[in-house]
Write a protein that binds this ligand. Sequence first.
Ligand SMILES: NCCC[C@H](NC(=O)CCC(=O)O)C(=O)O
Ligand SMILES: NC(=O)OP(=O)(O)O
Length: 311
Amino acid sequence: MKQFLSVSDVPDINALIAKAAAHKAAPFASSHLGQHKMVINLFFNSSLRTRMSTEKAARQLGADVITYDASGGWGIEFEDGTIMNANTAEHVREAAGVLSQYCDVLCVRSFPTLTDKEADYADRIMKAFVKYASVPVVSMESATRHPLQSLTDCLTISEHRRTARPKVVLTWAPHPRRLPQCVANSFAEWMQAWGEVDLTIANPEGFDLAPAFAPKSIVSHNQAEAFAGADFIYAKNWSAYDDYGATADLPDWIIDEQKMALTNDAFFMHCLPVRRNMVVSDAVIDSPNSLVLQQANNRTWAAQAVLGSML
Ligand SMILES: NCCC[C@H](NC(=O)CCC(=O)O)C(=O)O
Ligand SMILES: NC(=O)OP(=O)(O)O
């Protein structure tokens, strides 16, 4: 793989899931792949899991790793032809070119603005790094997608499914802040491309994801109806795509025991971080059916599969 920005960069999803599972079974078996290689992780936004699991993955492959908090560094300019007389000190052409001198794989996290829909959905920042870097680029969550999380979620579902083709429900949940659509977009995109689950997306009116990620045929505006018979409940808040970045105060969309009782004894999933008793009740996230820590664990093996394919 030359880049890992979306599911379309993956030639064979099951082969990549199998690779992640193999790293999980034998974490150090591929420690030759990264020998004398450098991975740089560039963060424009906060992270706990992505930062730790990607560093751990690089080290277990035998690579060295530098993590850079770009929010505290020189302001980077992404516009071409602009007179740089304001707050940005260097252009992405130089920044990406320079970082490529120091590493063999460049991993980047850059969240959306949630105000400029066109720029966000063009994935301008991630695409600029791909364009101007001379090494492979891995998305650690861009303005539109979070593919390392989705690969992790495929692995986690494949480990826990009780039927060959489980019913998976991606459900919108309440949140006090407006959040990116990335995790939901990516999850929807991977589940459909994987083709091994029946996906339903439950969200309030006005919160449909972009049509490219969520065809109307799989979207329900009735959460209770969607939960019936579900094997996996994947909760996430996202702000609106249509009225771009809008939020809604809908506490009734919380995932609680009453709603989980409508399912087929479903597993509960969330990428974390999660707001307890806002998105999900304590009883559900603390129940034996909660997979949130297994998901966090699987982030390492997913990252190892992706980095290992590039080193
Ligand atoms: N990396 C996984 C989720 C990251 C981000 N969540 C957040 O920003 C939550 C922050 C908060 O709860 O305040 C998102 O939704 O895309
Ligand atoms: N799930 C996830 O990406 O977590 P972080 O934002 O903490 O990296």
